[in-house]
Design a protein around this ligand. Structure first.
Ligand SMILES: [Zn+2]
Length: 342
C-alpha cells in the first residue's frame, strides 16, 4: 500500500510508504485505530495519520505513565543508560556541562551532578520537571526543547543527551534543529531510541515492545543518520542493544486478553482504573518517601554506573545484532561540526 504524495517523508522526502500494521490500544483508551507505516526511502516508521494536536495533548495528559516506575527502579535502569551513553563520550568533553532533553524526573542528571557536572534538564511534563528540580536538585525547564532553545541567553552545551525521547517527537526536524542550536560546535549529541531496523519487528509485528501509542516516530539507522547530518552533525558511532532474537512474540497478557471483543470494553476500563490506582500510589509514595530514598538510590546508581569496564565489551553491546544495528534500540553518538572547520 502506498500513501498519498502529501504524506512525503519529513526526513528523506520519499512520497512512498507501506503499512506495517494497524492495531488498537484499548488498554490506553487510544481513540480509534493506530496505524504504523514504513517509509520506503529511509525505513523510518511513523504513525499515520497523526491524532489532531488537541486530541494528542489530551491523550498524553490522561494516559502517560510517567509515575508508574518507582524511583529505585528508575535509578537502576539509569545506571545502564549512563554506561552505554555518557560513559562512552565523557572523556571527550572538555567542560563538564550537560543538557538532557526529556530528562523525566532527573535520575540520569542526578548521577552526572554527583560526578561534578553542571546539569540542565528540559522536560515536557511539568510534574516531572518539578520533581527533578525540587527532589533531585537538577534544574529543569518545563516545556519543549524548541521553547528552551528560543530563550534569550541560553548557551549551547558541550554534551546533549536525548534518551528515549526521539520516538515521542511529532516534528523530528524542528526538534533536531533546536537540539543542534543547543549543541556547541565540536560538542556531542547522544541519542538512545527504539530501532526501526530491529530484527524482532519482523517476527513480533505490533507486539514488538518498542511499539505503543506514544511512540509515533521510530528511526532506522539510515533515517537517524540523515536527520542528524542535515542539521550539522557527523555520526561518530551507531550501535544497537537489546540484541536477543526472540522466537515467540512477548505479547503481553493484557493485549492478548483485550483482543477478545467481549472482554475489551470491560477489561479496558478495569485496567485503566488499576493503572490509575498505581499512578496515585506511586505519586503519594514519591511525595512522602522521595527524599528519604533518594540518597540511597542515587548512591547505588552511581556505584553501578561507574563500575569498571566498557559497556561496549559487555554481552548486550557485543551481541550478534549490535554492530549491524538490528537490536531493539539504537544509540547514536554524533558530533556537531565546527562551523569554521569545514
Ligand atoms: Zn523517509
Amino acid at each position: 500500500m502506498t500513501n498519498a504524495a502529501d504524506n512525503s517523508c519529513i526526513v528523506c522526502g520519499s512520497a512512498h510508504s507501506d503499512l506495517l500494521f494497524e492495531t488498537t490500544y484499548p488498554e490506553h483508551a487510544y481513540p480509534g485505530t493506530f496505524a504504523m507505516r514504513r517509509c520506503r526511502g529511509c525505513a523510518r516508521l511513523f504513525h499515520s495519520p497523526p491524532l489532531p494536536a488537541e486530541t494528542a495533548a489530551a491523550f498524553y495528559a490522561r494516559e502517560y505513565y510517567f509515575f508508574l516506575r518507582n524511583l529505585d527502579a528508575e535509578f537502576r535502569r539509569t545506571a545502564d543508560i549512563y554506561r552505554r551513553t555518557v560513559a562512552l563520550v565523557h572523556d571527550r568533553i572538555h567542560e563538564r556541562r550537560v543538557l538532557e532533553i526529556g530528562g523525566a524526573r532527573g535520575c540520569l542528571l542526578a548521577i552526572l551532578r554527583h560526578g561534578g557536572w553542571k546539569t540542565q534538564g528540559v522536560e515536557l511534563s511539568a510534574d516531572a520537571a518539578h520533581y527533578a528540580d525540587t527532589v533531585l536538585g537538577v534544574p529543569t525547564f518545563a516545556g519543549a526543547v524548541e521553547g528552551y532553545a528560543a530563550r534569550a541567553g541560553v548557551q549551547p552545551f558541550p554534551l546533549v543527551l536525548a534518551i528515549d525521547v526521539l520516538e515521542h517527537v511529532t516534528n523530528p526536524v524542528g526538534w533536531c534543529r533546536a537540539v543542534s542550536e543547543l549543541t556547541e560546535d565540536g560538542g556531542y549529541l547522544v541519542i538512545d531510541t527504539p530501532n526501526a531496523d530491529a530484527a524482532n519487528i519482523e517476527t513480533e509485528r505490533a507486539d514488538w515492545p518498542g511499539f505503543n501509542p506514544f511512540h509515533i516516530n521510530i528511526f532506522s539507522k539510515r533515517a537517524i543518520a540523515e536527520l542528524l547530518t542535515e542539521r550539522g552533525y557527523s555520526v561518530e558511532r551507531l550501535f544497537s542493544y537489546g540484541n536477543t532474537p526472540r522466537p515467540e512474540p512477548p505479547s503481553s497478557w493484557k493485549r492478548r486478553l483485550l483482543r477478545h471483543p467481549f472482554l475489551r470494553s470491560r477489561l479496558a476500563l478495569r485496567l485503566r482504573l488499576a493503572d490509575r490506582g498505581r499512578v496515585a500510589f506511586q505519586r503519594v509514595r514519591s511525595l512522602l518517601g522521595g527524599r528519604v530514598n533518594v540518597t540511597h538510590s542515587l548512591a547505588a546508581a552511581v556505584t553501578a554506573a561507574t563500575r569498571p569496564g566498557s559497556y561496549l565489551d559487555m554481552p548486550d553491546a557485543a551481541g550478534p545484532l549490535a554492530n549491524d544495528c538490528r537490536g531493539d534500540n539504537i544509540v547514536v553518538i554524533a558530533r556537531k561540526e565546527r562551523r569554521n572547520g569545514r
